[in-house]
Design a binder for this molecule. Structure first.
Ligand code: TEU
Ligand code: CA
Length: 563
């Protein structure tokens, strides 16, 4: 395909690391990660080759949804430290050339936010207009929307015949983006954080901010007679006006990096959202994650084949080639560990883990690495639902039990898909609590921390950690960054059911990535000559100098191709 020139922009050349502060490093022994703990680990992140760090929310919050329920946008939760701690982290990170990306949660706030408290005190007053306070219908909620966390998306306003909308928890009332006062409050807050010198924002659940204020009900999609609230989100028009205004009033005033958490994007809206002049710099490619979406929840997800997963990634790459820059992940704080999800049992070993990481990080787009991914952290088997601490996991467990699954079966679904798989404490060493805390960790440490931890992998040049360092260094190297950052993505052997292969080229140089996800060794034949080996997870000479190569199971090979 004719490759349109892709504008060079600073954030396109970066590698981003997502920190879930609550589970990263505890500095004061209360069992909860904090800002001082992150400060302590900045040299580790620098050494990994990280350029930007996205912090999941650290604002004041009652932690109903682990901080995605903000009660004061201008305050750091005392759980994580103080605003001085934040300012120190920001400054020290900057000294190391690391930008801080904050999490922007503006579809909803916490029910403890003063705006909502004022609205409850006067349900017909000014602050009720900051939310959606709607009359019920015949003693029922205004519509049959189900929230993401189960149950009606409408909650009674005490002492009235009104309900308020909450697409997430009832403690997360949706903000009314039709209200100019709400937009002004939010834009002022965003600019206040940008004025502090942060590098940008990851923007939470942003597709949800536009509502159809008639709140029509839709065909029920489950035995509860409700329909997913996304039924309205997917149908309503007009989000572009809101996002354009958001960008004009905030991000566009500076050279800000923004990455949207966008689900349910309408057909054909890619460039409007993340094209050269899009609302955001980038957005996450969630297509691979959506493959396992169950009809009713985690308990009825379907098996996904390697070929389907590979083709989904290729499709995303081809759709945005020359138009947009997606952000590529294998996991995040809402998803199970990529190693447990995307690697077949026989490949869940250091070679397979390196292979998966390599295939993801060298794609076209911005690589996001989630805390612990760089050492190959895996899902964590819990013994009972009480071992979890996540509102969505409780909800999914309930759904499974109500659908007739046993406790064991429901727990199995949680083991495969719970968000807490990604939220178990970072595994720093083989000591007590994996070196995460000297106190009682807020969430169980994965028992495999004695085998999977930073300290041991630092000492082993053949470890996953050392491989990730080399992988990131290759992507950013003077010699190859133009290829891996700005180069075209060319899928290869697309129909092969075990080989994940693609090329990256900037027209001058070309590299191929060959990954054998199969159980057997395979011979790959090329029309061009495989030359210099750029990266490998198994022994390879400096040069291949051949047009064919035999790959072991779980072997990944990156090499230059010459005509
Ligand atoms: O998630 C938004 C979102 O789309 C959710 O449906 C997500 O898929 C769900 O949480 C999966 O269990 C964002 C945050 O990433 C998530 O942690 C928050 O719970 C949610 O918004 C509400 O702020
Ligand atoms: Ca702490």
């Amino acid at each position: 395909m004719e490759e349109r020139a892709v504008k060079k922009q600073w954030w396109k050349e970066k590698v981003v690391y997502q920190i879930y502060p609550k589970s990263f490093k505890d500095s004061n022994g209360d069992g909860i990660g904090d800002l001082k703990g992150i400060l302590e680990k900045l040299p580790y992140l620098k050494n990994l080759g990280i350029d930007m760090v996205w912090l999941s929310p650290v604002y004041q919050s009652p932690f109903i949804d682990q901080g995605y329920d903000i009660s004061d946008y201008y305050k750091i939760s005392e759980v994580f430290g103080t605003m001085e701690d934040f300012d120190t982290l920001l400054a020290e990170a900057k000294k190391l050339g690391i930008g801080i990306v904050m999490d922007l949660v503006i579809n909803h706030c916490s029910s403890e936010h003063e705006w909502f408290q004022k609205a409850l005190k006067d349900p017909y007053g000014e602050y009720a207009g900051y939310f959606y306070f709607e009359k019920g219908k015949d003693g029922n909620p205004p519509s049959n929307y189900r929230s993401y966390f189960g149950g009606s998306a409408w909650e009674k306003v005490p002492g009235t015949d009104l309900y308020y909308l909450h697409m997430f928890a009832k403690e997360q009332p949706d903000l009314n983006w039709e209200n100019p006062k709400v937009k002004k409050e939010l834009f002022d807050m965003i600019n206040w954080w940008l004025d502090k010198g942060i590098a940008g924002f990851r923007i939470d659940a942003i597709i949800n901010i536009k509502k159809d204020v008639n709140f029509p009900s839709y065909e029920p999609d489950g035995p509860d007679g409700m329909c997913a609230c996304t039924a309205m989100v997917e149908r309503v028009d007009g989000i572009g006006e809101l996002l354009g205004e958001l960008k004009r009033e905030t991000f566009a005033k500076r050279d800000t990096f923004t990455v949207g958490e966008v689900f349910n994007l309408k057909e054909g809206a890619l460039e409007e959202f993340v094209g050269e002049d899009g609302y955001f710099s980038s957005m996450f490619d969630f297509a691979p994650h959506m493959l396992t979406e169950g009809q009713n929840g985690w308990y009825d997800t379907r098996e996904v084949t390697f070929l389907e997963w590979k083709k989904t990634i290729i499709q995303s790459q081809m759709e945005c080639q020359g138009k947009a820059f997606l952000s590529n992940i294998i996991e995040n704080h809402d998803e199970p560990r990529g190693v447990s999800r995307y690697l077949p049992e026989y490949a869940q070993n250091p070679d397979g883990i390196k292979m998966l990481g390599c295939v993801s990080v060298l794609l076209r787009g911005i690589p996001f690495i989630y805390q612990g991914q760089e050492i190959g952290m895996t899902n964590c088997q819990m013994d009972s639902i009480e071992d979890y601490d996540d509102i969505d996991t409780y909800h999914q467990y309930r759904e499974a039990r109500e659908a007739g699954l046993s406790d064991k079966e429901a727990l199995e679904a949680c083991y495969r898909f719970s968000r807490d798989n990604a939220r178990t404490p970072m595994q720093w060493d083989a000591g007590e609590n994996a070196g995460f805390t000297k106190g009682m960790p807020w969430l169980r440490v994965n028992e495999n921390y004695r085998m999977v931890n930073v300290a041991d992998q630092e000492k082993d040049p053949g470890s996953v950690l050392h491989f990730y360092r080399k992988l990131i260094a290759l992507r950013k190297s003077e010699e190859w960054k133009n290829v891996f950052v700005y180069g075209e993505f060319l899928p290869l052997f697309e129909e092969d059911e075990s080989l994940f292969a693609y090329a990256r080229t900037d027209g001058e140089k070309k590299a191929v990535i060959l990954a054998n996800f199969g159980k057997e060794e395979m011979t790959v034949k090329f029309s061009e000559n495989l030359g210099k080996v750029l990266l490998a997870n198994m022994y390879r000479p400096q040069q291949i100098n051949a047009r064919e190569v035999v790959l072991e199971p779980c072997e990944v090979l990156v090499c230059q191709v010459c005509e």
